[in-house]
Design a protein around this ligand. Structure first.
Ligand SMILES: [Fe+2]
Length: 291
C-alpha cells in the first residue's frame, strides 16, 4: 500500500487524551538533565547562570558539551574551558541546542546501535539544526527553535527506545513496500509518533507551543501568521528535501519548493546551492553524533 489521501487524512487525527497509549506505558525515563533543560529553555526569562548550573550538575555531560563547543565546526580562536565561557563565546542559544541534543543522544545511545534507527536520530537533529539556522530572521528564539525541532519527533524517539527491533523492522518494511510511516506506526503501536509526541509533551508539562509542534508538525499550518509551528514544519520538510529523511523517498520534496514555506527574510539565510546547506548540516551532525 502506498501513501494515499485516506492515510494522510488519518495521519492528521487528533492525539488520544487521558490514559497513556499502551505503547507508551513504562517508557525508560528521559534523563533528568534533559527534562530540566527542556523546561528551562522553553521559558523566556531563562538566564545564563541557570543554564550553566544545570549543565554543570552532571560533570560528564558538561565535559561533552565543552568537547562539542571546542570542535572545529564552531571555529573558535581559543579553547573554551568552562560552560560559562562557552555560553559567552558561542551564545546562549547555541549552548542550549548543543546541551539538549547531547542529553537526548545519551538517552538514545543503546538504541542507536541499530543502524536503521540512526537515520531517525539524524533526521531529528537535521530538522533542529535547520530550524535553529532559520529562527532569528523569523523572529523566533534560536534555542527554542532547536529544542522544538528536536522534540518534534519525541514520540518517534520514545517508541524506538522502547521497541528498537520492532521499530527497525517497521522502517525496513515501510522503505521496501512504500508504506507511509505514520500509517505503519499506527498499525504497529496503535499510535503514530505525533499522537505519542503530543501525549508525552503534555505529560511532561511542556509549554503548549512545544506540544503543538510535537502533535502537528506534519500538517501544513493554516493561516498567514508565521510562528514556531510553521518554522518547524518548514524545517522538517527541508531536512527531508536535503536527504536527511527517515526513509529514502522517491518523491522527496524539491528543496527550492520548500523555500516557499519560510518568510522572505529567512530565505536570505539559505545558500543558493542546497548542497552547501547540506554540507553545513552534515558537518554539525558529525560533531553532535560522535560518541
Ligand atoms: Fe515527525
Amino acid at each position: 500500500m502506498t501513501r494515499t489521501e485516506e492515510e494522510a487524512s488519518v495521519a492528521l487525527a487528533e492525539p488520544p487524551a487521558g490514559k497513556a497509549p499502551w505503547a507508551l506505558e513504562n517508557l525508560p525515563p528521559f534523563p533528568a538533565v534533559a527534562t530540566q533543560l527542556i523546561q528551562v529553555v522553553a521559558r523566556e526569562d531563562v538566564n545564563l547562570n541557570e543554564i550553566g548550573r544545570l549543565i554543570c550538575s552532571e560533570p560528564v555531560f558538561a565535559a561533552d558539551v565543552l568537547r562539542i563547543a571546542n570542535s572545529a565546526v564552531y571555529g573558535l580562536q581559543s579553547q573554551v574551558r568552562s560552560i560559562t565561557h562557552a555560553i559567552v563565546v558561542l551564545g546562549l542559544d547555541r549552548v542550549k541546542g548543543i546541551s539538549i541534543t547531547r542529553a537526548f543522544g545519551a538517552h538514545l545511545k543503546s538504541s542507536l546501535k541499530v543502524v536503521a534507527l540512526q537515520r531517525c536520530w539524524r533526521n531529528s537533529l537535521a530538522g533542529a539544526l535547520v530550524a535553529e539556522k532559520l529562527a532569528r530572521p523569523c523572529g523566533i528564539d534560536a534555542g527554542l527553535a532547536h529544542t522544538a525541532g528536536l522534540l518534534r519527533d519525541i514520540g518517534r524517539l520514545a517508541l524506538l527506545v522502547k521497541y528498537p527491533d520492532s521499530f527497525a523492522n517497521m522502517l525496513a518494511v515501510s522503505q521496501t513496500d512504500g508504506y507511509d510511516l505514520m500509517y505503519t506506526e499506527r498499525e504497529l503501536f496503535d499510535v503514530d509518533h505525533c499522537q505519542a509526541g503530543c501525549w508525552l509533551t503534555e505529560s511532561m508539562g511542556l509549554p503548549t507551543e512545544i506540544c503543538d509542534v510535537a502533535a502537528h508538525h506534519h500538517q501544513k499550518p493554516a493561516g498567514a501568521s508565521f510562528g514556531l509551528l510553521q518554522l518547524i514544519h518548514a524545517a522538517d520538510t527541508m531536512a527531508d528535501a536535503l536527504g536527511f529523511g527517515v526513509l529514502v523517498l522517491p518523491e522527496a520534496p524539491d528543496f527550492r519548493d520548500t523555500l516557499e514555506l519560510i518568510p522572505a527574510a529567512a530565505r536570505s539565510r539559505v545558500p543558493e546551492d542546497p548542497e552547501e546547506l547540506k554540507a553545513e548540516i552534515t558537518e554539525q551532525l558529525q560533531v553532535l553524533c560522535k560518541n
